[in-house]
Every structure is written in C-alpha cells, then in structure tokens.
Design a protein around this ligand. Structure first.
Ligand code: DC
Length: 225
C-alpha cells in the first residue's frame, strides 16, 4: 500500500511549493486541497452567488466537476472546473478575501473531505491544506506542519504577486494573511491546528531546498527504521 503524506500549515508558509517538489522527488501524486476551496469560491463569485448563502454554495459544490492535474514540467497543477482551466484565476485578491467563508461551510467541508479521502485512498500521494493531518487523513504515514512568521509569509506572497507584475502593499498583504489565519484557526469546523503527532517545521529562515531536505530526511529515517 502506498504512503500518504499530510502537509498542513497557515497561508503563505510554502506548503504547495514544497509539496509539489516533494511529490516530484518521491514520484508521488499531489493534491492541493486549498485549490478545491478556491475553485468553489471562484465559481460562486463568477456566478454572482452570495458567498454567505450556505445552501447555494453547497448546491454549487455538489454539482461542480473538479479536476486537478498532477504538476506539469513547471511544477504547476492545473485546476479545471467543468472542463475549463481556471488555474490562473484562483490566487486573486478577490478569491483570497472570500475563500475562508466558503471553507467554513460545514457541508462543503464534508463534500471536499470525502473527495480528498477518495483521491488519497490508493496512496503514494501528498495532500496539503489545513486539516489533512487532523481530520481528513488522521492516519497519514507522515504529518508535517509547515509554518513561518507572519512577516515572512507576507513578504513571500508580496514577492509572488510582484513577480506577476502586481503592485500591492506589503502591509496590506500582512493584514489580509493575519485575518485569514484568524478565520481559519478559530472556525468551529476543522480549524487550522497542528496535529499532535505532526512534525513542526518553521521555514522562516530556511530556503526551499533546505525545507525539502528536512522533510526528506524525516521520511528516509522512518523508512530505514
Ligand atoms: O492553502 P490555500 O491558501 O490555497 O487555502 C485557501 C483557503 O482554503 C484557506 O483560507 C483555508 C481553506 N482551506 C481549508 O479550510 N482546508 C484545507 N484543507 C485547505 C484550505
């Protein structure tokens, strides 16, 4: 049976970058569960559905045909909604500002959790998110909680946007991330919290290759036991 790796942590900690690289290194599949909540949020905004209308959002989630491809040669996973590639539309400010509300919806979470468990069933996969090690896959073979200081996470997100040609204020991003952290970690259902048995990795002062090496060393250690 293939192994399952759960990677959780707050916004901007580098989970998806690390997960993609780790998946490539191990020859595993990768599922970005945040992209699932983002896809529903994007579609709701596009269709003019009130993000707070629990019933409408659940209806939308039930009918969505969501497909996330394995990372391509540029390490990008493409997200298709009903056959349409929406990858570039999921990390916008508008989605950032509304996704936590969608992620608080109990029925949506149940649907997404079930999909995530089904996808993970055959193993050899990395899932990243907020509740993978605590709720979705509490029996995962490896659990990591990846974090970094708020300042560093804001700086990384600011740089990512700047590289895309978007001029945004660092202070504003820091405020938005802090708000999203608060919403994600204080919500009633499946809040962002480190699983007791997850390995904590603070990436504030680590480069991407250093984080990757750290994760790989834990995985190899365990496999050699
Ligand atoms: O990882 P991300 O920033 O793309 O996640 C987007 C939002 O989705 C985030 O605010 C929290 C939510 N989320 C969640 O509640 N549970 C997950 N497993 C993944 C993401």
């Amino acid at each position: 049976m293939g192994k399952v790796i759960a990677i959780d942590g707050p916004a901007g900690a580098g989970k998806s970058t690390i997960s993609r690289l780790l998946a490539r290194k191990l020859g595993y599949r990768y599922l970005d569960t945040g992209a699932m909540y983002r896809a529903i949020t994007y579609l709701a905004l596009e269709q003019g559905i009130d993000i707070h209308d629990t019933e409408e959002i659940v209806q939308l989630s039930r009918n969505i045909d969501l497909n996330i491809t394995p990372p391509d040669e540029n390490n990008v996973s493409h997200v298709f909604i009903n056959g349409r590639d929406v990858t570039d539309r999921l990390r916008t400010k508008e989605v950032d500002l509304n996704v936590s509300t969608v992620a608080k919806n109990r029925a949506v979470r149940e649907l997404m959790t079930e999909m995530q468990r089904n996808i993970a069933r055959s193993g050899n996969i990395i899932l990243d998110g907020r509740d993978i090690g605590t709720r979705v896959l509490p029996d995962a073979d490896f659990k990591f909680f990846i974090t970094a200081s708020l300042e560093e996470r804001a700086r990384r997100r600011w740089k990512e946007l700047k590289d895309k040609g978007l001029e945004v204020s660092l202070a504003e991003i820091e405020k938005e991330i802090a708000e999203r952290d608060l919403e994600d970690s204080t919500r009633e259902i499946a809040p962002l919290v480190k699983a007791e048995d997850a390995i904590l990795i603070d990436t504030s002062h680590l480069s991407i290759p250093e984080v990757l090496d750290k994760l790989l060393s834990y995985i190899k250690d365990e496999e050699n036991d």
